[in-house]
Design a protein around this ligand. Sequence first.
Ligand SMILES: [Zn+2]
Length: 599
Amino acid sequence: MPLPQRFLDELIARTDLVALAGRYVPLKKKGGSYWGCCPFHHEKTPSFHVEQDKQFFKCFGCGEGGNAVHFMMKIENLPYIDAVHKLADMAGMEMPEDEGDEKNRVRRQRLLALNTDAARYFYDTLSGPGGAEARAYLQKRGMTPQTIVRFGLGYADQSWDGLILAMRQKGYTDQELEAVRLGGRSKRGSLYCFFRDRIMFPIIDVRGDVVAFGGRILHGDGDGRKYINSPDTPVYSKSRTLYALNLAKKTKEKKFILCEGNIDVIALHQAGFDSAVASCGTALTSEQARLLKKYTDEAVICYDADAAGQKATEKAIDILKASGLAVQVLRLPPRRDEKGKIIYNADGTPAKVDPDDFIRLSGAEAFRTLLDKPPTDGQYRMSEIRRKYGELADDAQRIAYIKEAVQYIAGISSTVEREVYAHAAAKEAGVSPDSVLTEAKRLRESRRRRQEKQLEQEALQPERLRQPQAWELHYDDPASAAMEERVVTAVLGDGALLRCAKERLSPEWFSSPFLAKIYRMALERMEAGLEPDASFCMSQLEPDELRQFTRILSSPVRERTDEALLDEYIQKIEYRYQKRTAPPDDDALLRAAVQRKKG
Ligand SMILES: [Zn+2]
């Protein structure tokens, strides 16, 4: 149910993106645009800007960009239609009536009902005679019957069509089963169960609807990965959902615990830590972080202690901080044998302990103690760096340690924090705190200079063409694409130039289908009597296209395009087009001529 273009145009025109973005990030005017630290990634020097005249935003750091609707979707973590709704409310506009709306709502309700019925089916299977082994497994993991009910756990048995037959009988269509990805299509076109021989974890959103499933394999052998999750569907967006947030949102705890897996979350809830959540089958996203921020100001990361877990922890720290959450890291102590000695894996790393194991072995009280006093993210990173350098026995080790510590300290924006960690590192290595601080200061200075220089260089070379990040948008003919970019930016928002271009430049001549699409869009808008503004056109672009388009619009323009200059660009595009499409040699021309005669 696409919204009428006129309505969207008016909504974007009535919304002042500078004022809107300014509510979330402090913005400073610099030239024609407004700059601030990006709300979508963690940074210390502003690379996020909003263009007042063209009404779009762009971040050079993470690449996010778009118009007011995109901004609202990202910052408030809303689906498209809700973002439009919210902006319409703010602008005092009525949402257009649409019969498609109603149809969509009904379809959504049916898909959610299907998920709920499937969850019930899995639960019944678990409770029934076929679920004995699955029940034994859950019992072995220490899960009580109450927990199983509370989380709606179930079992998908080994049958290829059990669920499908049951759901058909309830009146659901094959298309609906496919839409929520409970059914997959075989090569021969028949529908089979997506989840088989798996412990099922329904994923329930904050509204209480079953939106998706996670499945853990029961019998380790056979096809599949240990865990699989529903992919995105019309009722589920992975990057915007947190497992168990529907329960955690009612907690009385101040801190939310972020885990890696469903089973960790369930073990924590069962032990009384009911603020535990997990991102399901993805690395933490900024949408999930902002969703969390709606319910808490403090997050404790409790990931695995292995190398992958550490990497994920560092990424999560950045993402959570960027969303304004205070972050702590809870590191579980390594596994020990009866004599209290640390157990090591074959590769020499300490054997890891899941929150699940930890609570079983050491009890909930021990976990509570760790939770109440986990190190802050700075302490965590400093101790990770310290761990790498062992005994600090010789000068070489001490110097290497200080060097790496300084790298981290120099990136901290708070002076007090820098001071604290510099003192700590100095003490460890047996050097004066001043020397560490001086090093950090020097590094900060040189980083700042490098960044300024880079920005300067970019401003000086507007013609240097950058390939789009997304492979699908790659420019096959960069010389032509450079001109196409200029034409597109010039004609959007300038009706006179667009009319000129329409007479002289065919969309066929474009080498980049993506730029041709924008040019066509502008022409179609003109024909329909709509303004061909850049921010209006953005409504119809895919995310990758949006990133590239906002990047093009943000490139510095050397001179204003007038009709003569536009003509120059067009001539070059036409020349490149003829070059690309010309027959490779005269013989080929001849052959073609002969063929035509014959035909
Ligand atoms: Zn950014």
